[in-house]
Design a protein around this ligand. Structure first.
Ligand code: MRU
Length: 368
């Protein structure tokens, strides 16, 4: 297994954002980064649910892998009561699936491992099967990241100045990341890119996590306030916007971190290409359009307080939508591990999903 192996602010990051180690899920606590590198060992699926809900682990692909491992932990626990094995497992799976609603990777990964459960098989065999499938989900995500990053980077021109939001790197996935994966590949290919990273209020994934990763990889960048994006575009400082996605609907509408829609409108106004980078596990053919995507609302305290310190007068009402939906018409391209989808997305995404499925089957038959 490849390790993240990044160094930032003098700290060597020697573990992956998520891994399975000694019968437990091991993850980096993203709520304390960048000031502290704290590794959590979670041996109970309920702890994984809490970690996902509290955003100790976050980012669509990373919570997908975490959800799959949580089901594997639930299966091991359920072995102690073989008569109710399947029922307890189903109950746990539905709680794991609901830990966060917007990123489809979580539901997708839980459903994928649970599809291997059947009443007639020995529970110990089922439990082992689920763990192996969770490993496959993690490995496939790592490979999808690498392919997607290479495909996207090839199209980046020398010297581009690229604006991004939230954190879509190693921390948000199982390997190099999606949008940040493209930035890394372009940087490593010597394209001389410069990145503008939005700080991403209120959870500050941009300033705490993306800045940490960009520093670690030596990618030139500036951190900017979310409100500065339009002014930078107006001054001609931005050549492209690249964001990640939490769910891509069948028609190409994209749910992603709150503020993404604003960036897409601004990019259109200024004639700047707006890209979304996402593995096919984030494309949800069962959600027809953005209107059907559930948007997570989080505790208003994340807006009125920072790390427990109030940043608004006591009693201030706040809205805390964690995501927004960018309509397909504002998106220039969606970069996946199976290729780049362009409008009309209903057709191009369907083609990539079918091709991607064939690719995966061919690879697993080849390795069998
Ligand atoms: O609330 P978060 O931090 O989990 O939101 C994450 C994002 O919006 C990312 O852009 C998305 O999950 C893609 S991560 C490769």
């Amino acid at each position: 297994m490849r390790r993240a192996g990044v160094r930032s602010a003098g700290v060597e990051m020697t573990v992956r954002s998520i891994a399975w180690q000694d019968d437990a899920v091991q993850l980096l606590d993203q709520t304390v980064l960048p000031h502290e590198v704290r590794v959590l060992r979670l041996g109970d699926w309920r702890q994984v649910v809490d970690a996902i809900a509290a955003m100790r682990i976050r980012g669509a692909p990373a919570i997908g892998a975490a959800g799959a491992y949580a089901v594997a932990l639930a299966a091991r626990e359920a072995l102690s009561q073989p008569d109710s094995f399947v029922q307890s497992l189903r109950e746990a799976a539905s709680r794991i699936r609901a830990a966060r609603p917007t990123a489809v990777n979580l539901a997708w990964a839980v459903d994928r491992v649970m599809a291997l459960v059947d009443e007639g098989t020995n529970p110990a065999v089922v439990a082992d099967r689920l763990l192996q499938e969770a490993h496959r989900i993690a490995e496939e995500d790592a490979e999808a990241n690498r392919r997607l990053a290479a495909i996207g980077a090839e199209r980046i021109r020398r010297g581009e100045r690229i604006l991004t939001i939230c954190n879509t790197g190693t921390l948000a996935t199982v390997d190099v990341g999606t949008a940040i994966g493209i930035l890394r590949s372009a940087h490593e290919a010597g394209k001389g890119i410069h990145v503008f990273a939005c700080e991403t209020r209120p959870f500050l994934q941009g300033s705490r996590l993306t800045a940490w990763e960009l520093l670690a990889h030596g990618i030139p960048f500036h951190l900017i306030t979310d409100g500065a994006a339009g002014w930078l575009m107006a001054r001609g400082f931005v050549d492209r916007v690249i964001t990640g996605a939490d769910r891509v609907a069948a028609n190409g509408d994209v749910a992603n971190k709150i503020g993404t829609y604003t960036l897409a409108v601004l990019a259109r106004h200024h004639g700047i290409p707006f890209w979304v980078a996402a593995p096919l596990s984030t494309v949800d053919p069962h959600t027809r359009s953005g209107e059907a995507i559930p948007i997570e609302e989080r505790d208003p305290k994340e807006v009125t307080h920072f790390h427990g310190t109030p940043v608004a007068p006591e009693g201030t009402p706040a809205l805390n939508y964690a995501f927004d939906v960018t309509p397909a018409e504002l998106i220039s391209a969606i970069v996946t591990e199976a290729g780049i989808a362009e409008p009309p997305y209903d057709r191009s995404l369907r083609g990539l999903l079918e091709g991607g499925g064939r690719l995966r089957r061919a690879r697993s038959e080849g390795s069998a």
